[in-house]
Every structure is written in C-alpha cells, then in structure tokens.
Design a protein around this ligand. Sequence first.
Ligand SMILES: [Zn+2]
Length: 472
Amino acid sequence: MAKRKTAKNPVATLIDGTELEYLPEIIGEGSEGIVHFTADRLSIIKFYKDEADLKDPERKDRIDHIVNKYNPTRDKISGDYWSNLYCWPAGLVVSPKLGVKVPVYPAKFFTSDGIEKKLSWFVNPKTRNFVPAAERGTWLGHLKMAITMARSTRRLHSAGLAHSDLSYNNFLGDPVSGSTVMIDVDGLVVPGLHPPKIAGTPGLIAPEVLMGTAEPSIRTDLHALAVLIYQTLLFRHPLKGPRINSTSSAEEDEQLSLGEKALFIENPTDHSNRPAKLVTGYECMGPYLSEVIPQSFVHALHSPDNRPTALDWESALVRTADLIHPCSNEKCEMKWFVLSKAMDYCCPFCKQKIALPFVPILHCYREQPGKPGNFLNEKHRLVVWHGMYIYKWHVFDNIWAGENVDKTPQGYFVYHENNWYLYNMEMDLKVIENGYPKPVPKGQHVRLSEGLQLRLSSESHGRLILTQFLRI
Ligand SMILES: [Zn+2]
C-alpha cells in the first residue's frame, strides 16, 4: 500500500486498497464525471457524478471487468503496443466516490498550449485550417491514423467489446506521427452486462440507433468507424449531402437524413444526396477501399449485419498503404496520394500529375503450398517511390502488418539518374534470370527493369515479385 507523502492532497482508494493522492483542482468536467490529476501527474482520476451512478447500477462491475478482465494493455506479447493505442483505465476507484484511474494522454496528443488534439480538428477542412501547419501532417499521416483507429476498434471487437461511442472526440489524433489514441474507454459495452446509456455523438450514430430500433453494439460501432475513416481520408461526411428530408425543423431533417432516410452522398444509383461540388469520388482511394466504402454506405447502411468488420477496414487500409506515392507538387498540402489509373495518376487533392516518366509497380506472387516453384498471383501490388522501405510483411506472404510485427527494414528503393534500384538490407534476395536464381548479397543492389523477377526470400513463404513499369 502506498504511503501518504503529505496530508495536503486528498486521497482516493482503489478497489485493491491502494491509496492514491490526487490534486484538488478540477481539470475537466463532463456530463459523466469530474477529472483530477493524481499527485504525480502521470494519471487522472475521473469521479463519476452521483446522478449517473444511480441510473446505472452496473457501472462498478463494468469498470472492474474493463480494468481487469478485458485489459489489452496487460497482454504479455502486445500489451506495450496497445498501451499506445488506448488510454485504458488502470484502476477502479471506490472512495471517496466511484471513479476510474486512467493514464494521462501522451504529449504528442497535446498542442504546445496544452490542448488535446481531438480528431475532429483534422477531419473538417475548416477547423483543420486553424491548426498550425506544422501540426497538420500529411495525407499519409491521415492514412496511418485511419489504420490505428481500425486496429484499436478491431482489438476491442475481437474480445467481444463494443465501444458504444466511437467519435471525433473519443479519438485524439496526431497526423504528424500518424497515430491515434482511443480515450473514454470506461464506457465500453461489456459482454453479459447492460450497455451504458450513451446517446452517442451526432453524425456517428448508426441509423438503426437513431430510429430507436437498436442499442449500441459492435455493429453500430462499425457504422461509426466507417464514417470516421471516410472523413479522415476524404474530409467530408458520407451522409451529409444536399437532400432535405424534412422541412418542419432542422432537427427532424437531421434525424431522418442520418437515420431512416440516410443515403450515401456517393450512392451510385441515387444521386439525390450528391453535393454539386463533389468532384473526386471515393475511387481515388484505390481498389481495396473502393470495396469497403460502398459495402459500408450503400449495401450495409440499413443492413447492420453486413457492415465491413474493423479487420476488413484495417486490412484494406494497410494494403492501400502499399499503393501510395508522394505528390510531385512541392506545395501540395496533402503531399501523398494513392496512385491510381482512375485519377489518371493525378493527385486528387491538388490535381498535379505525377512528374516521373515511369514508376515501378511490383506484382506479388506467393508460392503454392506443396508445389515448390509454382507461384500464384496475389492480386496485390506495391507502388514504388524513392526512399521507400520494404518490411517482412512484404517479403513473406504469411506475415501480417499487425501489432506484433517486426518493423526492421529489409530493403529500400532508390531513383537515380532515370533508373530505379532495390538495395538489399536483410533479405535472402535473388534475381531470377532465365529461370535460375542469382543471389543479391546484403548491402548490394539490383537495378529494376521491365519484367525483372525477384525472389525476396527463398525461405518458406518468401514472395516472388514481377516488375512492371508504369509509363506516365
Ligand atoms: Zn498533390
């Protein structure tokens, strides 16, 4: 049991009897609780307001389950990784009131003035313009933020937990490092206990919840996640278009437009909600996201069981990261985009066409199990750019770029005097010439040419890649 250092600060007691000094100043207050720093300022304590406790007698059990039973940050293998993606409650406070002890947010999620960087700042073009340029990051940072949002949601869902209020305010974001942290995790929907009475955040509530026909669940989280990702990547709301569904009041119109009458602004057959100034469709996000976006907002908008899972989103986003290219316009605000024929190889944000004469596209093949030397086209490509690294999840077809992956670079690409080269760092790399493998030792490089075949590793699951040049 911790000893009290002074008698000046008030003391809270955790359920295991640990005493914790906290500072008397209130640093935040929401509808649910009042927030104080602990004396060491490494954590905060949120005390619930009495009124909410009376309404929700299961709150204590729920928090106990969240802190102890379902805590991913205590995972032996990947706990440290998850500690970066969540501010996960670390203790249940029982005295002087019911509350929860939570680590403070990492410094990168605060401005120099000490203000929390909510995701809402970055996904809305108007508010984004108020953020200092040095803190806005690039589109690559946005793609990475979308990945961490999908990943942290996927981890919750795989344990059977629903967040119940995924929102612009419950993710803090840092587009510079490309990371998010999920906060306010103490409101999770825990299996076997009643869901908390959370109204949700306007704009992110699933249509069926707005219509009063469903409670917050994993399926409703998937609607909120889809909206958050769409907005993070495209800077617009997928359902807020020009169509008016009620002239009686703005509230009723919004209730219908996001609920019973919700219609994707890019619906391919019904254009009645399509903004006049919408020039660039979601297709600019490449083939993988062009599957999950319409799946979410056309096919499953009113059919919750068919929504893409958080893993579907994560997988599409991670694969999309292999298709990006730097914009050739030095003044481009977004700096990165998905290189796509649908956009005629132009940046969708500044419309600049890529300035290189040719870009290597590497087609991935995996060896058929039990059939050495037989390779199957994986229908996956890598778009190469100058300075790009490849990792083990590129070299091997059975390594997934998830939370436990080895991030040691295996090789990198260089564009020099009209030639592209692959430098081998850690691979058992071989060039296939006339059917015979010729080693490229570590520290050496190989010039890429049209039709060049490379075996990235001759170990089991090592990929074969076929080089093609995209001539622009
Ligand atoms: Zn651009």
